[in-house]
Structure formats: structure tokens, C-alpha cells
Design a protein around this ligand. Structure first.
Ligand SMILES: [Zn+2]
Length: 269
């Protein structure tokens, strides 16, 4: 299994990262894509990848929440990071008009610059979107044939939006949002409409702890070893088997991100 979205640079992993990674390996994970959300966190992600080169790879990018904080040369800094072997994708980038932690205008500017960077470097994009679907898709549409792959990370949209993403050739990242018996119901019903060749799985840890975990971990923290709960919920809501989900999501991730992974040993979901 490959977890394509983990915020491993989050301080909540600072004290026991080694154990978190060991637990993930014991659950059959073969690679983790560490999410960079700012220049600083992308640099930290690179450092982690250099420490665990056979297990970690990462993105480099600026999240819409951080758009207001970029310096004038942030694209140069991302360009440099993107040259490194462990950096496989530009992102997490996109638009978030739900929380508006950065001004919408600046979010758009910073997003556009990263779309152009991915085009120039011929690298995939790892995309965030909340309450900005129409504009987000409009900005991406001219680039669908120029960028090797686009990942709609933590997809939580409706059926029409799912179809639009799939028609644009995107990959769909499913997180523990789908394990939520309240707000995840719509997404559960959409799972059967996601072609296996477009499906990716991600914990988005430490966020989005799957609500299907019983009992809940005391620290309330999500981690990559819980990826199996997302797989289980996908299996419960589709005709696919566990091994099919693991096989296809791993193949997809490897294809998009050209990952060098640990040998698949245990698949004890
Ligand atoms: Zn996100």
C-alpha cells in the first residue's frame, strides 16, 4: 500500500516518527508521499526523505492557506527543491475558499504560478480544493494535457464534480473522510464511480482520523498505519476486493510519482 498524503513534518510526529514509520511498514505500506505545504515544510519533507530514502518521497509546494506568506522568489525556491530526487510532485497547492486563511486573490496568484511551474518542469500536481471547485477547475483545464498527472487530493465533492475531475483525467485521492458515518456518506456512494485506474488512498495524517477505528487512539492522531481503514471502507462500498484496491492504488501511485518502494512484503489488511 502507498499512502500518497501524509503531513509527516507536522509537530505531532516529532517525538515518535521512527515508531510511526515502523508501524506503517508492519501494516504493509511500501512508500509514503510526504506533503509539503510551504517552502519551510517542503524543505523539512526533503530532509525526512533523505533520512529514509527507501520509504519516503515528497511534494514541494505552497498550500492555499500559506499563499499570503510567500516571498517574491518562492517559485525559484520550489524550482530548486523540485530538482531533488525525492521530490516527485508539485503541491500541495490549490484554492481554499472555505476557510480563507489567505486572501482569495493571493491564493489564485500562487496557485497559477505553481500550475505553470509543474508544466515547465513536466511534474505532476497534488491539488487541494474547498468551496472553490468551478474556478479551480477552470484554472486547471488549459493544462490537463500539458501536466503529466493531476491528483485531486482528499476528494470530498459531489457526483458531478467527480465526473468533471475524471473527465479532466485526474486521479482521485480518498482519505478517512470516507469513514465518517455522518459527513462521509455521499462520498461512500460515489466510490463505485471512481475507476480503479484513477484511485489513490491517503490518510492525510495527522488529520482526518478514520471514525471506524474502535477504540479511538487516545491521542486522537491519525497516522499512515491506519490506511487500512480507508481500504476497508472502500471495499465495503464497492465490488472490489482488498487486494484489488491495494494493487491498483499502488500501481497508480508508482506510475504517477515514479516511486522507488520497499518490496511488498506484508499485505495483512
Ligand atoms: Zn488538503
Amino acid at each position: 500500500m502507498i499512502d500518497v498524503g501524509v503531513n509527516l513534518t507536522n509537530t505531532r510526529f516529532a517525538d515518535d516518527l521512527e515508531n510511526v514509520l515502523d508501524r506503517a511498514k508492519n501494516k504493509g505500506l511500501t512508500n509514503i508521499l510526504v506533503t509539503g505545504t510551504s517552502i519551510a515544510s517542503s524543505q523539512q519533507a526533503v530532509k525526512l526523505c533523505q533520512k529514509y530514502p527507501d520509504f519516503l518521497t515528497c511534494t514541494a509546494g505552497v498550500h492555499p492557506h500559506d499563499a499570503d506568506k510567500v516571498t517574491t522568489n518562492f517559485i525559484d525556491e520550489l524550482t530548486q527543491l523540485a530538482q531533488l530526487d525525492c521530490v516527485k510532485v508539485i503541491g500541495e497547492c490549490g484554492l481554499d475558499f472555505n476557510r480563507n486563511f489567505s486572501s482569495q486573490r493571493q491564493q489564485i496568484t500562487v496557485f497559477k504560478q505553481q500550475i505553470e511551474l509543474a508544466t515547465r518542469l513536466n511534474m505532476p500536481l497534488f491539488l487541494h480544493q474547498r468551496d472553490a471547485f468551478e474556478l479551480w477547475l477552470e484554472l486547471l483545464t488549459p493544462y490537463v494535457n500539458k501536466i503529466p498527472a493531476m491528483v485531486s487530493h482528499c476528494f470530498t465533492g459531489n457526483k458531478q464534480q467527480l465526473e468533471q475531475c475524471i473527465n479532466a483525467g485526474m486521479y482521485i485521492g480518498i482519505t478517512g473522510w470516507v469513514c465518517d458515518e455522518r459527513r462521509g456518506l455521499e462520498l461512500q456512494q460515489l466510490l463505485q464511480h471512481i475507476p480503479l485506474k484513477r484511485l489513490l488512498i491517503e490518510t492525510d495524517a495527522p488529520y482526518l482520523l478514520p471514525r471506524t477505528i474502535k477504540p479511538r487512539p487516545k491521542n486522537n492522531r491519525n497516522e499512515p498505519s491506519f490506511l487500512e481503514y480507508i481500504v476497508k471502507t472502500i471495499v465495503e462500498n464497492t465490488d472490489h476486493s482488498i487486494s484489488e484496491i491495494i494493487k491498483h492504488t499502488s500501481q497508480n501511485a508508482q506510475q504517477i510519482f515514479a516511486l522507488s518502494t520497499l518490496k511488498e512484503t506484508t499485505e495483512n489488511v
